[in-house]
Ligand binder design. Structure first.
Ligand SMILES: [Zn+2]
Ligand SMILES: [Zn+2]
Length: 256
């Protein structure tokens, strides 16, 4: 198996990814990718003056679509470009996010629930924690997001770096997997997590997925062009394939 379709790619607009738009596309072509989904961190419409340093600004959306629409034409026949976003589901502003995006030809949204329900006032869940209530709230919010039906797949479903009771973790993982299964929403094996030796992809989470019978998909989650092509990229892809195959679940390929 070889990765040919990747829907999880960032751009420098989010302020923590590097490289030009063109460099990402050229690197993806060099890596044999045929469908390249651009899914930068969605702008969030805070009205209290808060400025996120982790995502593009609302004012950049127009340029984002213009640039990638024209690159899509330029590269037609060599690679298929799709334009989407990675989105947190924050109930207080989700409708507004959708209505902002309504004005643009957005191909898809990935769900990436990095915090529970707010970026400004809540911690990133990648910082190790053991509080059960926090994990439960994150699970609740993820399930509510899945049930909106707005998402193509769930990115790094194992993002919560919960280091407490494993039985409790499994219970919560099963809840997410069951909701995803009912909504027919694939779960991502995140290649960046493997590449950077993060706490995810987490075997315990995918044991729950194996029980529930979910479908899986790979996402590079590229934050730099070389994450398609360098030696570490090939190694992380191989490791993810081996990891995914160990659960005997259906692995999806082209979904858009
Ligand atoms: Zn990012
Ligand atoms: Zn991402």
């Amino acid at each position: 198996m070889k990765l040919r379709h990747n829907y999880h790619t960032h751009t420098s607009r989010c302020k923590h990814a590097k490289g030009s738009d063109r460099d990402y596309i050229e690197a993806a072509i060099a890596a044999g990718i045929r469908t390249l989904g651009i899914s930068d961190h969605v702008p969030l419409p805070y009205h209290n003056g808060y400025v996120s340093n982790l995502r593009m600004a609302v004012e950049d959306i127009g340029e984002y679509f213009e640039t990638f629409s024209s690159l899509r034409e330029e590269y037609r026949g060599r690679i298929e470009l799709l334009i989407g976003f990675e989105v947190e589901y924050f109930p207080k502003m989700f409708d507004e996010v959708l209505s902002i995006l309504d004005d643009y030809p957005c191909d898809y949204l990935l769900l990436g629930q990095h915090e529970i329900e707010d970026e400004q006032n809540e911690p990133y869940l990648g910082k190790a924690f053991s509080d059960k209530k926090t994990l439960e709230r994150h699970t609740d919010m993820t399930i509510e997001a899945i049930e909106t039906g707005e998402f193509l797949y769930l990115a790094h479903p194992d993002i919560a770096n919960f280091v407490g009771d494993e039985e409790f973790y499994l219970q919560q993982a099963r809840r997410v997997c069951r909701a995803a299964k009912e909504a027919e929403l694939p779960l991502e094996i995140n290649i960046l997590g493997m590449r950077d030796l993060r706490w995810y992809p987490r075997g315990l989470f995918f044991e729950a997925a194996a029980e529930e019978g979910n479908t899986l998909i790979f996402g590079i989650d590229a934050h730099a062009p070389e994450q398609f092509t360098d030696e570490k990229a090939l190694e992380a892809e191989r490791d993810c394939i081996e990891f995914a195959e160990s659960f005997e679940l259906e692995i999806l390929d082209k979904i858009l």
